[in-house]
Design a protein around this ligand. Sequence first.
Ligand code: ATP
Ligand code: MG
Length: 271
Amino acid sequence: MSDYALELLSISCTFHSKDDPGQRYTAVADTTLRIKAGEFVSVVGPTGCGKSTLLNVGAGLLEPSSGTVKVFGQTLSGVNARAGYMFQTEALMPWRSAIDNVMVGLQYRGVPDAEARKQAEAWLARVGLSGFGDRYPHQLSGGMRKRVALAQTLVLDPDVILMDEPFSALDIQTRQLMENEVLELWSAKKKAVLFITHDLDEAIAMSDRVVVLSAGPATHPIGEFAIDLARPRDVAEVRTQPRFVELHTQIWEVLRDEVLKGYAQQLKKAA
Ligand SMILES: Nc1ncnc2c1ncn2[C@@H]1O[C@H](COP(=O)(O)OP(=O)(O)OP(=O)(O)O)[C@@H](O)[C@H]1O
Ligand SMILES: [Mg+2]
């Protein structure tokens, strides 16, 4: 079996404009990214560079224009059934209660309702929401909704976890609590994680490895850093360690120019 849980190999993604099919935009160009089983990898890059696009490719939701995706050594075609995906945008079904949202994936898999409910209740408890199962998404706070989404992803026990800026909308305290919870859950099961974030502090605090993407168009990795901070980590405490500061300085050196380029491009697009 392959050492790698997920491999994105020479991936390029070109989009065609709906109005003018002759107009093309290459978001991602020749990107290779490998994640070992049990490894926690973060990808950082400026806004609009192609992070979500890459994750969609890994999830099998978007077919790349060229390149190959492998999952545990097997070439992927169609949806990646071994991956759980926590989306950037809120993806809970508003007409379903919290518990029903967590159960839905199991039900699709044909797990009997009683068993699905039992597992969903256990996961709601694990993310600190026992007693909230009957609430609908609009009756929960933003942080609670993210917890439900986390339970919804993890209840399926995916071998590969794809997370797209899952906590960026949260206040800093809630965010750090959830980051620590994710690390604790991850350390118990050691699944492969591909974590997308804007936030370099978050990337370093959580990961085994941080990959920096260039600003678009034709985004590709321009730096890769092993994060040799001891585990278990507390995401708030780890930031005070000298080694953290050192890594932050090194990575920011590479990321800074790309962020400025990305920002300038957004302004140009908006003009
Ligand atoms: N379906 C699509 N059709 C056309 N262009 C697209 C499509 N999806 C993404 N793009 C473009 O590709 C680029 C990368 O988009 P993507 O959503 O991957 O960026 P991102 O890095 O996730 O950004 P953010 O950090 O803001 O979430 C953007 O310029 C976007 O406009
Ligand atoms: Mg995105």
